[in-house]
Structure formats: structure tokens, C-alpha cells
Design a protein around this ligand. Structure first.
Ligand SMILES: Nc1ncnc2c1ncn2[C@@H]1O[C@H](COP(=O)(O)OP(=O)(O)OP(=O)(O)O)[C@@H](O)[C@H]1O
Length: 311
């Protein structure tokens, strides 16, 4: 299986704000990779770096096995993206918009292929209507058709369900499934709502304040037998190092100095506690934090934000 995206220690600093902070993740071929985080978490900034719209402060990005900065043009030919609200010409029809973008990207196209693209996004019947008469969901789907016009291997969608009604959200979800299952595309899709992408995502990455919180398949992350445990000690840096060198390394989720998150089953907690004592670690607290789903909702709602996770 090819690694389609490999991001290593990616960091973006805007003046004194670190929007993306030492972020590393890998997207495999065929993944529908759900990129989750509340508003302002750093999703768009990461996506903009992946599309070379802004330069990283630090870190590296490889797409299809090639360094993005060194092979920018060849790589971006294989990428289709919809970021923010897709820019369309309202006074042109869906078909005319698609044709214009096909011309601009210099690919060969025919009326039939363009109509097929519109059919795929459910707009064939409205192909000759002006885009200004379209709903937000229809514009979003047309944006996806435009992003697909050069037949890219990787599709990046930044918050494609933002502002859509439930039907619009379901349409985008079905379209993502079609892209993945039928067309075998790799998809990276961002959202601030777990419910909107957990059903389609093969893997999920949750970020907060630019940092990775957790990553895994839905089944792994939302396994009800697993609990997120928050550990605070007198010296978290030293504790983290010991954990990394121990059998607990695989349970480690978040690596920050001010608190440590582990994912484990409840019945392992006494063992963890014993182990910490054996290592002479001064534990301040060791607290189970419900399921990851609760945790994610807390983090993404921003309302009941868990204090210990803030800087
Ligand atoms: N050009 C910029 N200059 C300064 N700060 C920026 C810039 N772009 C983004 N930011 C800041 O970086 C942080 C991350 O923003 P980003 O847009 O990446 O978040 P997001 O997860 O995509 O959220 P949203 O869904 O609201 O767009 C925010 O605090 C934002 O204000």
C-alpha cells in the first residue's frame, strides 16, 4: 500500500501563534482520512500547506513518495481540492463552469465526460442552470466535480459539509463513499463534526491547537472497552520518556509536557498505577476520561473544554 501523504513534524507559525504544531501523520492509498478538530484547530492551515498555498515554518511533507517542495508541479497534478467555498461563476451554468475549469487545467475533455462528472455529483439534471440559482450543497458538489476534472489520485476536501442542511451533508457523504469505493480515490476530508465523517472515514486524526490528539480507525478510537486516561505527574517530561521506553508506549496518545494521555482498558489502570509507583514517578492524578467519543465531543464543542488539555 502506497503512502499518499506523509507529514512529518509540520509546524506553521503566524507571528506568535503556532497554528500547526509539530504535526505528523500518514495517509495510505485508499484511505478516507478524516481530519478532525474544532474551529481554529489548524485543519485549514495544514491543508493549505499540503496544497503549497502557504509555506511551512518547519517540517516536511511527502506526497506519493516525493518531497512536496521539490516536486510541487508533478505532485499537484495528482491532487484535486475544494477549500473554503468553491469559487464558481454564478452567471454561468454548471456545465459551462466545469468546461471552463477543464480548459484551464489543459486536459482533454468531451461533452460526454463533463456530463458524466456532473452525473456523478448528482447535477446532470441541473447542468444547464445558472450556478447562482444553486443551493450551497449543489455548489459544493459542483466544486467537487471541478476538483475531479483532471482525474486526480488524491482529493482534499476542507469542511465540505460546512453550512449544509442534513440532505446536503448526506449527499456529500455518499459522494465521498463513491469516490473512495468506486473510483478508488484517496480522500482527505476535514470537519469539526465527528458525526459528519465518522461513517465514511477509514482513519481519523483529531487535532487541537495544531497538535495531534489521537489517530486511528473508528473502531480503534471508539472501542467502548477502551478509556482515555489522563496522567499528570510532578515531572511529565521524564515520565513521558519512561512510558515511551516501556510496554505502555503503545497506549500513549498525546505527548505533551503538561499532561499525558493514554488509551487503555479500565482493568489495566491498576497495573499502570503500580508501574508508575515502581518507576518512582510522583503521580498527581490518574483519571479515566470516559470514552474517546465523549472526549472528542468535549474537545470539539469547546464548551466543556477539559482544562488539563489547555496550555
Ligand atoms: N494567515 C493567518 N494569519 C494569522 N493567523 C492565522 C492565519 N490563518 C490562520 N490563522 C490562525 O491559525 C489558527 C488555525 O486556523 P485554521 O483556519 O487552520 O483552523 P481550522 O481548524 O481550519 O478551523 P476553521 O474550521 O475555523 O477554519 C487560528 O487561530 C487562525 O486564526
Amino acid at each position: 500500500m502506497q503512502e499518499i501523504i506523509k507529514v512529518t513534524s509540520l509546524t506553521k507559525q503566524f507571528r506568535n501563534l503556532t497554528a500547526v504544531d509539530d504535526l505528523s501523520f500518514t495517509v495510505q492509498e485508499g484511505d478516507v482520512y478524516g481530519f478532525l478538530g474544532q474551529n481554529g484547530a489548524g485543519k485549514s492551515t495544514t491543508i493549505r500547506m499540503l496544497l503549497t498555498l502557504i509555506a511551512p515554518t518547519k517540517g516536511s511533507m511527502e506526497l506519493f513518495g516525493y518531497n512536496l517542495q521539490q516536486h510541487r508541479i508533478e505532485i499537484l497534478r495528482q491532487v484535486g481540492a475544494v477549500i473554503e467555498k468553491p469559487d464558481m461563476y454564478g452567471y454561468l451554468s454548471a456545465y459551462e463552469n466545469l468546461k471552463l475549469f477543464a480548459k484551464l487545467s489543459g486536459i482533454k475533455y468531451s461533452q460526454q465526460t463533463l456530463m458524466q462528472q456532473l452525473e456523478m455529483v448528482g447535477l446532470a439534471e441541473r447542468a444547464h442552470d445558472k450556478v447562482k440559482t444553486f443551493s450551497q450543497g449543489m455548489k459544493q458538489r459542483l466544486g467537487i466535480a471541478v476538483a475531479l476534472v483532471h482525474d486526480p489520485k488524491l482529493i482534499i476536501l476542507d469542511e465540505p459539509t460546512n453550512g449544509l442542511d442534513p440532505q446536503g451533508i448526506a449527499d456529500i457523504r455518499n459522494l465521498i463513499l463513491h469516490l473512495s469505493r468506486e473510483l478508488k480515490k484517496t480522500v482527505l476530508v476535514s470537519s469539526h463534526l465527528l458525526s459528519e465523517i465518522e461513517q465514511v472515514a477509514t482513519r481519523l486524526l483529531i487535532i487541537d491547537k495544531g497538535k495531534k490528539l489521537v489517530e486511528g480507525t473508528s473502531a480503534e478510537l471508539f472501542d467502548p472497552s477502551q478509556t482515555i486516561v489522563e496522567l499528570d505527574t510532578l515531572n511529565n517530561t521524564a515520565c513521558l520518556q519512561l512510558l515511551q521506553q516501556s510496554e505502555w508506549n503503545k497506549a500513549l496518545q498525546q505527548q505533551r509536557n503538561h499532561s499525558i494521555l493514554l488509551k487503555t482498558s479500565r482493568d489495566q489502570l491498576p497495573h499502570l498505577h503500580k508501574w508508575l509507583v515502581q518507576q518512582n514517578i510522583d503521580v498527581i492524578s490518574l483519571q479515566p476520561r470516559h470514552t474517546l467519543e465523549d472526549f472528542f465531543l468535549q474537545v470539539t464543542s469547546g464548551k466543556q473544554y477539559v482544562e488539563a488539555f489547555t496550555d
